[in-house]
Structure formats: structure tokens, C-alpha cells
Ligand binder design. Structure first.
Ligand SMILES: *Cc1c(COP(=O)(O)O)cnc(C)c1O
Length: 300
């Protein structure tokens, strides 16, 4: 297997949000546009995959396998990366095979990922699936783990002056991205993670396992911005996405970044951030997932 991945990284940049709302509150908000990294392998997923691919290479497996749902950003990122590297790959997809494939599954299939549909019950027993496929190198669902966090720590290197921010705000699924960022952060910084899941009681422990003691003190999780749960949304969230696009020409995905950016506004309105502080919002990508919303969102 060839692990020399050279994804041409697109024009990731840091965009300042000029909004009178933030000016009045005397805070500055910049956005790291990881969504621009690549149209398919958008956002944080590439960083989380990177060192897993290296491990698979070193250990000489016959292919890569991983887990995810029918709209998973991780599935599509894995499929694309393996396609580019000419690595066999398999995706174990949660739930029965649908009659009509989601756009994500169609793309993954077109990229030669072998799709295996597993019942929700079987899906919970991942260890059984892993043991049944000993020649495959399994990447945990969502890229969760120390290896994923090691890659995610490199996200901060893309920010020209990372140390000027007092707060880093990002969406949290498995917690791997924020763990990496927190490990790479400075003592004067706080990492605010917006959990996109409802009742994810194990998140704190799972996240804790990925960070050093100092970084743990700098992570602050918020769990009240899930809009009903993972991949759930309300009209208010859709309106928010469209209004952010109209005001700032920056596109949000409804599963992760919209909830996190909405949370940033809400927290700001409650004076959560110290006056005159600078906040870095991580746009972690995921825009492909908006295809499941059909015509509700308009980025044009
Ligand atoms: C996967 C994903 C996240 C969550 O990352 P974790 O490391 O699982 O916390 C956040 N934003 C987007 C767009 C994602 O695709």
C-alpha cells in the first residue's frame, strides 16, 4: 500500500467575519475555512485519516475498512482517499441496504468502496465485524482515537497566527478533532466544543482519553445546541444557514458547523466571551451532507 497521499490542499484560509453584532460585543471572529480543503474530502476528515493510513501502510494490510451511516462525511472521505491511493476499501454501513442510495453512498460506491450493509444490532458489535475481516485495517468510526487526534492537531498549523486567539470554537462529534486542537493549543486558550449529539453521555470520557492533562483543562463542552439530536434540524437552523450565507458568503452544513456557529452567536449574546477577545471558529467542512436536505438551502 502506498501511503504517500498528496491531496492537493485547496485554498484554506482564515476569513474574518465582519458583523456589527460581534463589533458591538467587542469580539473578533475569524473562520478557518477547512471546508475549502477539497470538494470531497472536506474539512477535518483528511487530518483524522492521515496517520491511520500510515499505520495501515506500515502493517501491510490488504485494504482499509471503516464504519459509518448513509450520509457520513467520514465514509466519503475514506472512499475518496483510498481511491486516490489505489487502496482497497470497504465501508460497513449502519442499517439495511436502502432501495435508493443516498448521494453519499452513490459517491462512495463510484469510488470503488465496497459497501456492506449491517443491521443496527450487528453494527453495535463492531468488534465482531473487525475480527471477521482480519486482512483489513479498520479505522474506527469517525476516525476516533489517538491516531485521529494526532492528525487533527495539525489543523492549527494552517492558522497563520494561531496564538492570537483566546477561544477556539468547533463542532464535536466523536471529539477527536477538538482533542487534537486542544493538545496543540496554548495555555491562554480555551477550546469550546459544541456537541451535535443529544445525550451523548460517554463523550466526556471518550474525549478525555485523547488529551493530555493540561489540554483537558482547556476544553469546555456545550451540549445544548444539538437541535433535537444528530442530523436533526429545525426551520430556525435552516434559516440561520441561509442568512449566514447571505451575509457572509460562507456555507454551513446542517449536521455540524451550523449548530456550532449558531452556538457561537448564542454564547456571544450571553457575554460568554471576554470583551476584546479573538475567537477562531473552525469550519470543519461536511457540506456534502447538505445534499440530504434537497432544496432547503441556497448557496448561490
Ligand atoms: C466529523 C465532523 C465533525 C466532528 O469531528 P469529531 O472529530 O468526530 O468530533 C465536525 N464537523 C464536521 C463537518 C465533520 O464532518
Amino acid at each position: 500500500m502506498n501511503a504517500e497521499v498528496e491531496l492537493k490542499l485547496g485554498d484554506i484560509n482564515v476569513q474574518s467575519i465582519n458583523d456589527s453584532y460581534f463589533e458591538k460585543l467587542k469580539i473578533g471572529v475569524d473562520v478557518l475555512r477547512l471546508d475549502k480543503i477539497h470538494p470531497v474530502v472536506s474539512g477535518n476528515k483528511w487530518f483524522k485519516l492521515k496517520y491511520y493510513l500510515q499505520q495501515a501502510h506500515v502493517k501491510n494490510y490488504s485494504g482499509i475498512a471503516t464504519f459509518g451511516g448513509a450520509f457520513s462525511n467520514h465514509i466519503i472521505a475514506t472512499a475518496y482517499t483510498c481511491y486516490k491511493l489505489k487502496i482497497n476499501c470497504a465501508g460497513f454501513i449502519r442499517g439495511e441496504e436502502p432501495k435508493i442510495y443516498s448521494p453519499t453512498l452513490l459517491d462512495a460506491k463510484a469510488l470503488n468502496m465496497q459497501l456492506h450493509f449491517v443491521s443496527r444490532e450487528q453494527y453495535r458489535n463492531k468488534q465482531f465485524i473487525i475480527e471477521s475481516n482480519p486482512s483489513m485495517f479498520f479505522i474506527p468510526e469517525g476516525g476516533y482515537g489517538m491516531t485521529g487526534a494526532k492528525g487533527a492537531a495539525e489543523i492549527v498549523n494552517l492558522v497563520p497566527v494561531f496564538s492570537k486567539y483566546q477561544y477556539i470554537v468547533c463542532a464535536v462529534g466523536t471529539g477527536t478533532m477538538i482533542a487534537g486542537i486542544a493538545n496543540a493549543s496554548h495555555t491562554h486558550q480555551k477550546c469550546i466544543g459544541i456537541s451535535v449529539m443529544k445525550n451523548n453521555f460517554s463523550l466526556k470520557d471518550e474525549l478525555s482519553a485523547l488529551v493530555n492533562d493540561a489540554a483537558r483543562q482547556r476544553i469546555f463542552l456545550r451540549d445544548e445546541f444539538h437541535f433535537g439530536g444528530y442530523a436533526k434540524y429545525t426551520d430556525e437552523l435552516i434559516d440561520f444557514i441561509n442568512s449566514v450565507w447571505n451575509k457572509h458568503q460562507f456555507p454551513l452544513d446542517f449536521v455540524y458547523t451550523a449548530k456550532a456557529f449558531y452556538a457561537l452567536y448564542q454564547l456571544a449574546s450571553k457575554n460568554y466571551f471576554e470583551p476584546s477577545s479573538k475567537i477562531l471558529f473552525i469550519h470543519s467542512g461536511g457540506l456534502q451532507g447538505n445534499r440530504s436536505l434537497k432544496n432547503k438551502i441556497h448557496f448561490e
